[in-house]
Every structure is written in C-alpha cells, then in structure tokens.
Design a protein around this ligand. Structure first.
Ligand code: PLP
Length: 410
C-alpha cells in the first residue's frame, strides 16, 4: 500500500553516518567511552568529547530580548544581516561586480536554492566524486541529476582533465551548467583547490561563455572558517570579479560551523555577477523560493550575527574563541597526517577542516576491521571518512597505523 505521490513514494534517506554512529553507540555502552574512538560525528567536540559552543556566541545569544527572537523576519532576510554575510563571505577578497545575498536555512538551504533556480528539471548538476551526499538528495528531490568528475589525479592534485571532460560532456547537451565545488576544507577530504586550479576552472568556463553557454559556480564554503588565514583562504574569490555576464558566482554561507550554531539553521546564498540584471533577477527568484520553502528564517540567529559583527570587542572575542577551536581540530588533523606519512597510509591531502579520508576499494570492510580496535569511522563509496573535528588528540595518536593495518588486511 502506498499513498504517496508517484514521484515521492520511493524516496529513502540512506545515511552512512547513522549506521556507523549506531555501531559506535553500542560499543561505547559495552566498553566505555574512554576505550572507543568515535570518528563519525560531524561537529566539533572538545577533548572531553563534549560539543564545543563558542563562549562569546552563547553569551550574546542569551542577551537577545525575547521580542527579537520571536518576531518574523523579512522573507529575504534582515537587510543588515545580508550585508554582513556578504562581508563575512568575502572579507578583503571581494570580487568586483554586483553582489547580493538571500537568507537561507543553513548552507543546505543555500544549496537547495541554487539547485532550484539555476538547474533545469531533468538536467545535470556537476560536482566531484568525493562529495557531501546531500548534494545528491537535493538534486533528486528536485528532478535533477548529479554527475561526478574525478576529484584527484594520479598525483592527488585537482583533476582538471576530468573536470574539463565532464563540463564538455554536459555542455554538449545543456545550454547551462551548475557546478558545485566544496572548497576550502572539503568534506570529506579536507582538500582545497589552489589558485592555479581556480584559474583553469574559470578559464574553461570563459571559453564556453564566449560560445553563449551559461555557467553557475556554487562554491560551498561551509568549513572556510577552519581552513586557514581568513584572507589567504578567500583569495580565489577575487577571480569571480569581472567575469562574462553569462557566468554567475554563488557562495553558500553557513552559521553552522563558523558560529557553532548548527541547529539554529541559518545561512545565506551570496551572488556575484558583472551584470546588474542578473543580480536583480537573483533577488526576485530567491525571495520567491524562500516564500515557498520556509517563508522566512530564524530571526534570533540573524540578530546574533549582527550583534557580534557590530561590536568590535564582541567580534574580537568571538574570533579568539573560534581560533581556539580551529587550532584544536587542526592539530588533530595534522597529527593524523603526520602519522599517516610515517606509516605510508595513503590518506588524501588534508589541508584543514572537520574531515579527512582514506581511499579504499572496500570501505565497509575497512570500517568493520577498525571496529576490532574500537575505532568507528564512516564508510563512504570511495573510502573511509575520519571526523577529526570530534576525536580528542590522545585518541588520534596511533589511529593512522591502525587504519593502515585494516587497509592491508582488507
Ligand atoms: C559540505 C557541506 N556543505 C554544507 C553543509 C551545510 O550545513 P548547514 O546546512 O548546517 O549549514 C554541510 C554540513 O554538514 C556540509 O558538510
């Protein structure tokens, strides 16, 4: 018996993370928390394995008057909030051109709105083969298809040849292409595109733009605040200035990680174009989608961001809190990578962020073998993901070697 509409009845959300997390929970009950390594959780935990919340954020949030939390917000978001998300997205690397932003329910909402409005129904959206599974869920939900290019070449650099081949393949049939690139601090590998990679990507798209094709590049910057020095990790953004009018740049801004505000579901989709009309159209179509999706988003979180931004002392204290969290997780990732090099574990090139990954032909087997050492990581299609954001440094030590043993056995 099914009562769902025909397009909806086969939808099932398969999440590799929940399976691994459930096995870990069972092991923790049996062996105790201290003996178990839980590398499945995608949020930052401190060295006592408690959720990290930035103290300044907590203090400011608790001071917001009830009426500012409870009132409705404008559909596109509070205007000052939108201005602030643009400034936070670009920092000192603002591209030249017309820019705008729309408030969204987290970075997920921003990706949803981009796919909703810049990919034709039935057509393909391009991303890498190592990717956040939700991209596929969003595409399928909207009747679009996700195509993958191979992210790494044989030297573990950005595989421009595969990117080019896939763009060519899609633009042979489509008039327009939406490309999602999660960089820097990519989930699930911690990889980032270099300036040179970006030049190649944008030069390629310019050649298609000259032939009249349209391209939209959505850069998913969910983890950018844990990727390195603020302006260094944003320097590629300047390249989005003065592009041909048929190339649109989009950035998905999120308060989830940067403000440790995951459950408050607040973000923005930021756009840059050399053409005013493209940005005017962006404002209209995004507002329409927001009305249809969630009407308006969490006012309290927007208010919080403004209170942090508008007070120099609060902002400094917030940045200090965040930098401490960043250092904590970066040290864990760096230690894992150091030990991986020492034992020749072929981990993918991690530069920063919440996750790193080890490729294998048999991810489930490797993940299962790790259970023998009471290590729980997430088996993906192409490898095993380790959430360094949630594992205390004392448990990171020795993990690479155990993974290497599991890999050899598998
Ligand atoms: C790659 C990537 N992009 C975007 C997001 C969006 O998160 P949120 O919707 O909580 O902002 C996440 C969260 O896990 C993610 O891993």
């Amino acid at each position: 018996m099914t009562i769902a509409a025909s397009h909806a009845k086969n939808k099932r959300l398969k999440d590799a993370i929940f399976g691994a997390a459930a096995a870990c929970k069972e092991a923790t009950l049996k062996h105790g928390k201290d003996r178990v390594t839980n590398a499945t959780i995608g949020v930052m935990l401190d060295d006592n394995e408690e959720l990290i919340t930035l103290p300044t954020i907590e203090k400011v949030f608790k001071e917001i008057p009830m009426k500012d939390l409870a009132a409705y917000a404008p559909i596109s978001g509070m205007p000052e909030y939108l201005k602030a998300t643009e400034n936070l997205t670009f920092a000192e690397c603002r591209p030249e051109g017309y820019t705008s932003a729309v408030a969204t329910a987290g970075g997920t909402g921003a990706i949803h709105h981009a796919v909703m409005n810049y990919a034709e129904i039935g057509e393909k959206v391009l991303t890498s083969d190592w990717f956040w599974g939700t991209y596929n869920v969003i595409c399928v939900e909207q009747g679009k298809k996700l195509q993958n290019f191979t992210l790494f070449d044989e030297n573990r650099n950005f595989n421009f040849a595969s990117f080019k081949e896939n763009v060519e393949d899609i633009l042979k049939v489509q008039e327009s292409i939406l490309i999602i690139l999660n960089t820097p601090a990519h989930n699930p590998t911690g990889f980032k595109l270099t300036e040179d990679d970006w030049d190649k990507v944008l030069d390629l798209l310019k050649t298609y733009a000259a032939k009249g094709k349209k391209a939209v590049v959505l850069t998913d910057i969910a983890y950018i605040d844990y990727a390195g020095e603020k302006n260094e990790v944003r320097s590629f953004m300047k390249k989005f200035g003065n592009l041909p009018e048929n190339i649109l740049g989009l950035f998905s801004f999120s308060m989830s990680k940067g403000y440790t505000f995951y459950g408050q579901r607040t973000g923005a989709l930021v756009a840059v174009s050399s053409k005013k009309e493209v940005i005017e159209e962006f404002n209209e179509i995004m507002k329409y989608s927001s009305r249809a999706c969630w009407s308006n988003i969490n006012r309290g979180a927007m208010e919080l961001l403004l209170r942090v931004q508008n007070d120099d002392n609060i902002y400094k204290s917030f940045e200090k809190d965040r930098e401490e969290a960043h250092k904590l997780i970066q040290a864990r990732g760096d230690l894992f990578m150091k030990e991986a090099r020492e034992c020749n574990l072929p981990a993918l090139p991690y530069t920063g962020g919440f996750f790193l990954s080890v490729p294998t032909d048999n991810p489930q087997k490797v993940a299962d073998l790790l259970h023998e050492d009471l290590i729980y990581a997430v088996p993906l299609k192409l490898g095993v993901r380790v959430a360094v954001c949630s594992v205390p440094i004392k448990k990171i030590s020795g993990m690479a070697e155990k993974m290497n043993n599991a890999l050899k056995k598998a």
